[in-house]
Design a protein around this ligand. Structure first.
Ligand code: HEM
Length: 534
């Protein structure tokens, strides 16, 4: 059937009856509707319609233009799915399609769906043309290569596909996720789009924010969350031979690292760790015994950066997967694509050459990367939050309730106002902190930015929980629905539902909100001038 065949409104209006067995066999067509200038034949589909047959027979639906009703109940992507797109039999003469999906890699035109630096007509002191080109290429990559895998893996709970890691490795994306630095020297980044010496914290911010837009929190942790925190201690403290081998294996997408610190016995309380490392009599090995819990990527990691108690305090070891080391997948409220694991060490033998940093300075080895990790989490958290604001603007605009669009309700507009104020303030603060990072040495960052970053992460995760709660109010039942209409519904408003379910992760991982707030205040108090008085 030609999709361009023209049908007048009068002709369409005569097709307003349910299809029955007789019509099915005789191929007689009885139930048509129009959505956005296109004519759909629902005669046979009606009985299989997930929303039921009866709703399609309403006087304002059957044989009519049902565009507003349709978009009040479905996402546009429903019409793009091949099994539904083929229901189109023609078009209405003189009418043209009004609703078009955003092209892969393109920017959104919804107000506040992009930060100001990506919105036409606005200016920014921070980003160069090179950053802008990088953003375009990176978004295109994420939406073409990563997004389809993210959606599939969030659904089946499997780890991110190896093909995605391979594609990332070809462009040196895995290396770039560790920020600017020596590890980029001699590498071709994004097909030569950015030179290693020009790669800065804003390039890294762009990467973290574009990945945050996937709003697939478990999957994005699976895509390197463990490596992001487990590899830096190896880069900074491992012996060169071990370091170079692991770095190459990880940057080429073949091997994965995780950071194993927390235990069921001890969460943030690293002094209470019970996993022990004891030296063999000849002093050549450590023997490790104990457990670790909530270890991101642990289920599929090849290398484990492990904090163990020893006679002198805490020692950090790089342990290869081997006999005696077992990992079990833990189900959490985000998807198992993250490979969150419970780990047991049963007399695991580790060469002393795999010790990271001094034997009694394990805490320093672990703490050295916290600022960077928290900053990266804030980047992704803020862009995920922005996607939800976009969803809410669209829904409030297209959803009709009590005969009026949802956005005609002042309470809904008030929620949108709060959401916008929150993301704009968080993004502006983030860009300022990133600018400081670009202009400070590592030691200056530790001294001046630990508090700023702790506050920023605390603020963004706190506001994202407020945004999640507001979004659920805007979306109503759809904001908390994963099933109920069968698995289809899971695709429908998954962004809001998933966001609401997984947003607390950011508020806990990398330091709980209260802990971070307190860290920032204590750092400020240490810097109070001794002679200050009111
Ligand atoms: C081309 C025409 C249509 C197709 C392909 C279609 C397809 C679907 C699909 C796949 C779902 C499951 C949820 C989702 O994935 O969005 C659904 C749900 C639904 N549909 Fe349709 N539909 C069409 C037209 C209509 C029309 C004209 C109405 C008008 C009343 C309607 C009413 C509903 C309702 C009430 C639900 C349940 C929504 C919910 O639980 O939130 N559908 N439809």
């Amino acid at each position: 059937m030609s999709k361009t065949k023209q049908y007048t409104k009068e002709e369409i209006a005569t097709h307003n009856k349910p299809g029955d067995l007789a019509s099915f066999l005789s191929l007689e067509v009885l139930l048509w509707i129009v959505v956005d200038s296109k004519v759909y034949d629902l005669s046979r589909f009606g009985a299989m319609h997930p929303g039921g047959f009866a709703v399609l027979l309403d006087d304002e639906v059957a044989g009519q233009d049902a565009t507003d009703t349709f978009f009040s109940l479905h996402r546009h992507e429903v019409l793009l799915r091949p099994q539904y797109a083929r229901l189109q039999i023609g078009v209405v003469p003189g009418e043209t399609e009004q609703i078009k999906p955003r092209a892969i890699g393109a920017k959104s035109e919804i107000p506040y769906a992009e930060p100001t630096w990506l919105t036409p007509g606005y200016h920014s002191p921070y980003y160069t043309d090179a950053h802008r080109k990088f953003q375009v290429a990176f978004r295109e990559f994420v939406e073409r290569v990563v997004l389809p895998d993210a959606q599939a893996r969030e659904e089946d709970g499997k780890r991110p596909s190896q093909s995605v890691f391979d594609e990332m490795a070809k462009l040196n994306i895995i290396a770039m996720r560790f920020g600017p630095g020596k590890h980029l020297e001699g590498r071709t980044l994004m097909n030569g789009l950015v030179k290693p010496e020009e790669f800065d914290c804003f390039h890294e911010l762009i990467m973290a924010q574009e990945l945050g837009r996937l709003n697939a929190r478990g999957y994005t942790d699976g895509l390197g969350g463990g490596t992001a925190i487990g590899l830096p201690p190896i880069i900074n403290f491992a012996q060169p031979a071990l370091r170079d081998r692991i770095v190459e294996e990880v940057f080429s997408g073949q091997k994965f690292v995780c950071l194993a610190i927390t235990e069921a016995f001890a969460g943030s309380d690293v002094a209470g760790l019970r996993c022990t490392a004891k030296k063999t009599e000849d002093g050549k090995h450590w023997i490790v015994n104990g457990t670790k819990k909530w270890i991101t990527n642990g289920a599929f990691a090849d290398y484990f950066t492990v904090g163990c108690r020893n006679e002198k305090g805490m020692v950090v070891l790089c342990i290869e997967r081997q006999e005696g080391l077992e990992t079990k997948l833990i189900k959490t409220s985000y998807s198992t694509a993250a490979g969150t694991a419970y780990i047991t060490f049963d007399n695991v033998k580790v060469p002393v050459e795999n010790t990271l940093g001094p034997e009694d300075k394990g805490l320093h080895v672990i703490l050295s990367n916290f600022n960077h990790e928290r900053w990266g989490m804030a980047c992704a958290n803020i862009s995920s939050q922005r996607v939800i604001v976009e969803e809410c603007f669209k829904w409030a605009n297209q959803r009709k309730a009590f005969g009026k669009p949802l956005n005609s309700q002042p309470v809904i507009r008030a929620k949108l106002a709060q959401m916008v104020a929150r993301i704009e303030s968080a993004q502006n603060w983030l860009e300022n902190v990133t600018y400081q990072m670009n202009n400070m040495s590592y030691n200056q960052q530790s001294d001046k930015l630990a508090g700023q970053i702790a506050f920023l992460k605390m603020y963004s995760t706190h506001t994202s929980q407020e945004t999640a709660a507001d979004a659920v109010q805007v979306f109503g039942g759809r904001g908390i629905t994963r099933s109920g209409m069968g698995k289809f519904i899971e695709h429908v408003l998954t962004a809001t539902e998933q966001y609401h379910r997984t947003v607390p992760f950011d508020a806990v991982l990398g330091g709980a909100e209260d802990v971070l707030g307190d860290l920032g205040v204590r750092q400020a108090l240490r810097k109070m001038p001794k002679d200050s008085r009111l």
